[in-house]
Design a protein around this ligand. Structure first.
Ligand SMILES: *Cc1c(COP(=O)(O)O)cnc(C)c1O
Length: 386
């Protein structure tokens, strides 16, 4: 299957690497293969490329370059934050998180619970929002970390992260946010935010897979997950994935340039698609806070249909989208996010996520607006005939 044959509306699962990003990284796979930690110029010129990438990431998220630690992915960044917080103080072994996190947090916390750590799972309302008073009440003297995602990967729902971070800071507890879906989609400025740790991932913002960042506030102590050489200020040992890091730097620079576009043109595409579908398909509804939401994400429930069947039929038309979270596709579980919002198993199984990017075109949106209602109508006809 060629990229030119598909309409890719699954940009929360991964994204197309921007050609300018590929161009920027290629020389670091060919000519510039020196070790960035080597003392001679052939190495240190590669080290300078790392420095530049670090500055570009810092610019996008409003922090200092020395607060940017390159990792292998968003999952590693999140895992490392949780592990560090638990190692900080043996008297603090309690973690607070939400029921709607990505598996990078969810599965890690479930594993910790089995090992005897105590986890508080905050629920959400039908808009996908947590109760801030409940969060505040849950913070204890033995809480090691509060970890709450910034934007939900399935629904796009945005949590008021700056406000949450302030509540947590007042109680002198560490705060991590999984911002993998947020960075590059909406402006983020960490300068005044009371955030200790933040995770982001390259492949969700038009960069390659297998590279991420862990932001660690410069006043926050950190226990490394990976121990060895002194790379990444001693916070993440291992020779850096230079080409991918250079790519991520370029991708962050571009994300800054396209930020206005993401919040206007990409949002307009999403809105046009969404309102057309809601108009044309009876029994269709938005899942998630329609206001506090990423500009690119539309999660829709279609009464009485099986989203897996819709996916298969859309695939025949070359349209890629997602049912539930990509990480659980193939398993029999309906979306934990939609169930946490209080929706029935049936509604959760009748829901699809469409996620847009700057590489989608107006023509693709029009095709999707034609095809999606046809597919749903076809499935409903089959169901009624049975
Ligand atoms: C994709 C994603 C991750 C995982 O990032 P990887 O780089 O694939 O490990 C974590 N959290 C959220 C919200 C995501 O969407």
């Amino acid at each position: 299957m060629n990229a030119s044959d598909i309409i890719y509306l699954d940009n929360n699962a991964t994204t197309r690497v921007d050609p300018a990003v590929v161009e920027e990284m290629l020389p670091y796979l060919t000519d510039f293969y020196g070790n960035p930690s080597s003392g001679y110029r052939f190495g240190s010129q590669v080290g300078k490329a790392l420095d530049q990438a670090r500055e570009r990431v810092a610019n996008l998220i409003g922090c200092e370059p020395l607060e940017v630690i390159f990792t292998s992915c968003g999952t590693e960044s999140t895992n490392a934050s949780i592990n560090s917080a638990l190692l900080m103080d043996r008297d603090r072994q309690h973690i607070i998180t939400t029921r709607v996190e990505h598996s990078a947090t969810l599965k890690h916390c479930e594993t910790l619970a089995k090992r005897g750590y105590e986890i508080t799972w905050l629920g959400v309302d039908s808009n996908g929002q947590i109760d801030l008073a409940e969060l505040e009440r849950s913070i204890r003297s033995d809480t090691a970390l509060v970890t709450v995602m910034w934007a939900n990967n399935e629904t796009g729902v945005l949590f008021p992260i700056e406000e949450i971070a302030s509540i947590v800071r007042k109680k002198n507890v560490l705060f991590h946010t999984d911002a993998v879906q947020t960075i590059g989609k909406i402006p983020v400025n960490l300068a005044d935010a009371k955030i200790n740790f933040l995770s982001l991932s390259g492949h969700k913002l038009h960069c390659p897979k297998g590279v991420g960042v862990l932001y660690i506030n410069k006043r926050t102590k950190f226990h490394p997950f990976s121990i060895g050489g002194g790379q990444e200020f001693g916070k993440r040992a291992g020779t850096q994935n230079v080409a991918s890091i250079v790519a991520l730097g370029k991708g962050c620079e571009l994300a800054g340039q396209f930020m206005e576009h993401e919040t206007t043109a990409v949002r307009a595409m999403r809105d046009e698609f969404e309102s057309a579908i809601l108009n044309r398909v009876a029994g269709s509804r938005i899942n998630g806070d329609p206001i506090n939401r990423l500009p690119n994400t539309s999660n829709l429930a279609f009464e009485g249909i099986d989203s897996e069947a819709v996916l298969l039929l859309l695939d025949q038309h070359g349209i890629c989208c997602s049912s539930g979270s990509a990480c659980t596709t193939g398993s029999v579980h309906a979306s934990h996010v939609l169930k946490a919002m209080g929706f029935s198993e049936e509604r959760a199984r009748a829901s699809l996520r469409f996620s847009f990017s700057r590489f989608n075109t107006a023509a693709e949106v029009q095709t999707a607006i034609e095809v999606v209602p046809q597919v749903i109508e076809k499935l409903r006809r089959i169901a009624n005939a049975a």
